[in-house]
Design a protein around this ligand. Structure first.
Ligand SMILES: [Zn+2]
Length: 376
């Protein structure tokens, strides 16, 4: 056998190894199992917030891409100890399948104030050799991203969350990280006598503050303190994660708290455009989920159908007596609220998302979509 024919055989073997785990019909029918999962988490993105954002942006009801997703259910968000959850317990339930106390990150309360860590879906993915990513417009150590990779008694334990980011329990940890909190990272790593640059480089990451860094292959951590354009960052992340033939898990959090309504509603539109774009490029073997960790006390309280809502909102907000939180168009009670949030899904495994269910079920939905079984 010539060197050339051996080379061809090796190349063919590599191609076979790179084929998706599940068979795809020749007619292009959708695969039964997901190879990839992208979880879009609208932090505080309750139904009233989606409703107001869609009408304000497009002057049509149910005009969001999220509102066109084929499978929808209603998820209870209560925490183990409270009816109205914070992001820590809310996201921990989705990521681990266990409800926990408010403030706890992917861990359950144990005797004498101790905690028991519970494996996150991202850790299941790392253990099985998939690539993983966490992208957020909040600090990378904040509760929602932290619940993907850290296990701590309190979400405030920034130092420990940064340490655990670089000492994964499974696989080699999150492969691509994009978020805010650069100054926080400098402060936390200084306590261990190092810098984020040095610590991330030692763990095999390219490190910087520009999301464009992700376009070069390999592991990357982007920490910054300013906002960034979401779609290019998420597209570049998916481009890298999708190089792994075993698949990937990506969590994208976009903050939708509406204590400042204009910011929150703008972020809904940003994430909605992101999901529209990603749905076009992700491939049929990708389960796409959107949900919120909890709802928020925003309501649209009036508005005429014959004039642009954004103009009506601006006029109402400018009137004497109007406050940021309350004008003739929008009323805000500045608090998380306890009603169900939507979960919307498309792709393999999405048909599991229907009816009313506990937020912990979203963990089961992801596990089953991959064909994995639960271990504790
Ligand atoms: Zn939250």
């Amino acid at each position: 056998m010539t060197m050339r024919s051996i080379g061809i055989m090796l190349a063919a073997g590599a191609m076979l190894a790179a084929a998706p785990a599940q068979a795809r019909n020749d007619d292009g029918a959708a695969p039964q199992r997901a190879r990839n999962i992208i979880l879009f988490l609208g932090d505080a993105g309750g139904v009233p917030t989606l409703n107001a954002a869609g009408i304000m942006a497009h002057d049509r009801p149910q005009s969001l891409f999220i509102q066109s997703m084929p499978h929808v259910g209603l998820s209870d968000t209560s925490a183990l100890d409270n009816w109205v959850t914070d992001s820590a317990a809310g996201m921990s339930a989705i990521m681990t399948g266990h409800k926990t106390n408010s403030g706890m990150i992917s861990a359950l309360p144990a005797a004498d104030g101790a905690i028991t860590p519970v494996k996150s879906f991202l850790e299941y993915a790392e253990q099985r050799g998939l690539s993983t990513g966490v992208v957020t417009n909040m600090p990378i150590w904040d509760a929602t991203p932290a619940a993907c990779f850290a296990h701590v008694a309190t979400r405030k334990d920034k130092d420990q969350i940064f340490r655990q980011m670089l000492t994964p329990r499974f696989g080699n940890g999150v492969d691509i990280l994009i978020g805010k909190g650069q100054a926080d990272a400098v402060a936390s790593f200084a306590k261990d006598g190092t810098t984020p640059q040095a610590a991330f480089a030692r763990a095999g990451y390219r490190f910087g503050d520009d999301p464009a860094l992700v376009k070069d292959s390999g592991r990357a951590a982007v920490l910054r303190d300013a906002d960034y354009a979401p779609i290019p960052a998420v597209e570049a992340t998916i481009g890298q994660l999708a190089r792994n033939p075993k698949g990937y898990f990506l969590m994208v959090e976009w903050d939708m708290h509406t204590d400042k309504p204009e910011n929150g509603l703008k972020h809904v539109i940003e994430m909605d455009e992101m999901i529209r774009r990603v749905s076009a490029i992700a491939g049929k073997d990708t389960l796409i989920l959107f949900t919120a960790d909890h709802s928020f006390g925003l309501r649209m309280t009036s508005g005429k159908r014959n004039a642009p809502m954004a103009q009506q909102y601006a006029a109402a907000a400018a009137k004497p007596g109007a406050t940021v939180a309350s004008n003739a168009i929008i009323g805000v009670e500045d608090s998380h609220t306890g009603e169900e949030v939507i979960a919307a899904a498309a792709g393999p495994g999405a048909d599991q998302v229907h009816g009313f269910f506990a937020n912990t079920r979203l963990f089961d939905v992801m596990l089953k979509a991959m064909g994995w079984t639960k271990e504790d």
